[in-house]
Design a protein around this ligand. Structure first.
Ligand SMILES: CC(C)(COP(=O)(O)OP(=O)(O)OC[C@H]1O[C@@H](n2cnc3c(N)ncnc32)[C@H](O)[C@@H]1OP(=O)(O)O)[C@@H](O)C(=O)NCCC(=O)NCCS
Length: 289
């Protein structure tokens, strides 16, 4: 527990804390940050999930996720009536300190424009924009793509650690458990050619990712077109780092629109960015795609 000004920073402890966290993401209109997603972070590492408590009531939160090489900070929200009092900064400082005590090389985050001064003040530097796309593409089922079974998943997890550059197997497993119908594997001559994990957020909001194409022609939409066929006639969102240059023109031509004011991927420390690989897309957040 950290005493900060007139409040206390503590870890998430129970269901009520998760419900509070989900109420904050809902108020902010972050459709993809559901109770289920927040619960995954809590199960992974409750010590990385921070709540700011003022006069005995929770008023803010932030989540630090530690992987093997790097860490990621997300879900920073302070309830509106309590903003501008230093609570966001205190939560960020707690999250950074927590990750700096781990054996990792770098910390990453996706920062909205208004919060960038705060992150810069804490030492983060900008890497590139973390673009968000939304829309529909031509649906096309491929005979080589199917939903993943448990064996596929184990193979995918091994490949993912190399491609993504860190171990996010806990989150891939969770995604498979929570959304088995939206977890796709693509095989060519029995070898895995790619994989894509989807999820459903508040109000039926669908997100695609993590998404990895392992074939040489990595800017290939086979998995995404199959995903569109699975979800039917409705739009979906997908986050792709600006520097994944091969895929961006393809998805825009296919019909996805970039959303205005995308966040910026920022880093603190030295280490390669999550998924910094020409085969790795849909990485708006390492755990979630
Ligand atoms: C971003 C946020 C967590 C900041 O919390 P806060 O408790 O108001 O922040 P603090 O009082 O500690 O202020 C720290 C800095 O945040 C920035 N900030 C202030 N108001 C802000 C706002 N409305 N939106 C974003 N950042 C803001 C400023 O740089 C401020 O520095 P200053 O005090 O030197 O001006 C809060 O505005 C919020 O919950 N916003 C909505 C969710 C969000 O955008 N989260 C960030 C995602 S990357």
């Amino acid at each position: 527990m950290i005493n900060s000004q007139d409040g206390v920073i503590r870890n998430f402890q129970n269901l009520a804390d998760l419900e509070f966290a989900a109420s904050l993401t809902k108020q902010e209109g972050w459709q993809s940050e559901t109770f289920l997603e927040l619960q995954s972070f809590f199960e992974y590492d409750p010590q990385g999930c921070f709540i700011y408590e003022k006069d005995g009531s929770p008023v803010g939160m932030c989540i630090a996720t530690v992987y093997q090489q790097s860490g990621f900070i997300g879900e920073l929200i302070v309830a509106k009536p309590f903003r501008g009092q230093g609570i966001g900064r205190a939560l960020m400082q707690a999250a950074v300190q927590y990750l700096q005590n781990k054996q990792i090389h770098a910390i990453f985050l996706d920062g909205v424009q208004k919060a960038i001064p705060l992150y810069k003040e804490l030492g983060f530097i900008s890497i590139c924009r973390s673009l968000r796309f939304f829309g529909q593409i031509q649906a096309e089922e491929s005979p080589d793509v199917r939903t993943m079974n448990a064996e596929d998943l184990q193979e995918v997890i091994q490949l993912d650690t190399q491609t993504f550059g860190d171990d996010r197997s806990f989150f891939l497993n969770k995604r498979w458990q929570n959304y088995p119908d939206l977890t796709l594997v693509w095989r060519q001559n029995k070898q895995i050619a790619g994989y894509l994990f989807g999820r459903v957020g508040l109000g039926g909001w669908v997100t695609a990712g993590p998404w990895v194409n392992l074939i040489d022609q990595s800017a290939d939409l086979t998995l995404l077109s199959h995903f569109q066929a699975k979800i039917g006639n409705q739009p979906f969102s997908i986050g792709i780092l600006e520097n994944r240059k091969s895929i961006i023109p393809q998805i825009v031509m296919a019909g996805l629109q970039p959303r205005s004011d995308p966040p910026t991927r920022m880093s603190l420390g030295i280490g390669s960015n999550f998924g910094d690989n020409d085969h790795c897309f849909a990485i708006g957040s390492p755990a979630k795609g």
